[in-house]
Write a protein that binds this ligand. Sequence first.
Ligand code: SF4
Length: 397
Amino acid sequence: MKKIELLAPAGNLEKCKIAILYGADAVYIGGKNFSLRARASNFSYEDIKEACRFAHDHGAKIYVTMNIVPHHEDFVQLEPYLLFLEEAGVNAIICSSVYLIDLAKKITHRMEVHLSTQLSIANSEACNSFYNKGIERIVLARELSLDQISQIRKRTAVGLEVFIHGGMCSSLSGRCVLSNHMVNRDANRGGCAHSCRWNYRLKDEQDKEVLPGRMLNMGSKDLMALHAVPVLMDIGIDSLKIEGRMKSDYYLATVIKCYRELIDTYAAGKEINYQRLEEEIAKAENRETATGFLFHEVGIEEQVYGSDSHPTKEFVGMVLDYDEQTKLTRIEQRNYFKPGDKLEFFGPQLPNTQWIVDCIWDEERNILDAARHPKQKILLKLPFRVQPKDMIRLVLK
Ligand code: SF4
């Protein structure tokens, strides 16, 4: 079986490092310009260089998104930016503009060009057309079934990437002006306000509520395609993509670790415990999930109707460092916890490990009655070994 790539998103340098440590083979990031997700923190030039250094040191790759629908003014500084990305060691750009594709192919030589899902490529003829232009990979439209993906794989040699987890769009992958209309933020130039996920009241022509007291929502459930992963591996897909450059470091760590385990377990011919993986993802997932278009046509089950969903576990902190001698562990607090609470630690090398908090100190060694200040550095004394960037959840009693 050919090795499949697990591709994860990162909204900043810290998240990029976390994604790689938790098992991503490649990470896609956005620069300050030319990228959707304008509100994701995005990377400075120095951050991009550091992301490439870190990724390559860990055997991983960096892709940079340049997938806005560009207007004329967006092309300012485009050539030097492309040259900078190649020099920095970026492995590929992800784009959708035909002009940008041509320019990248003309002036860069080592960097691959991948086509964004914004192009909604859903057939092998389109794949072959772009393959003949020198495109190395195509991110297929999210609106395809596994059967359709399999047919495309059989009829094209271009690299294929498929979304397996994260937000879906109620329109055809971003071809939508709802956000522009509601808040003047362009979904195709990085500004989607997710207006489809807001709650609305339905009124008739007389301004009378049709469903009194009910709020309606047009958003689709997020994608979670655990069961599709072995099929996609058998089909011969090159890359499996997680969506979510705006997501937290805790969410990324949880989701990436689960898909890493799933891919490695299947590649090793071992049995997959889907229930355990679903329970793990639910600890960080903050939206309802479905399987999108992969197994059947979307219907009511894939739609959100004003319901709400929360992670089953709360993220309370991340390990900064651990002293082997004293067992003192410095953590950065993110949410409230106190002595007597049960915590669950996990990390790239650490299986889920539960522990009841006995004492909390601040950095001056004062005893605290609770960890109550987000981002405060606090100390715990742990009976097991942890590493920087291990995550900590609260286990409700
Ligand atoms: S508002 Fe909703 S449907 Fe429109 S682009 Fe954004 S996510 Fe897609």
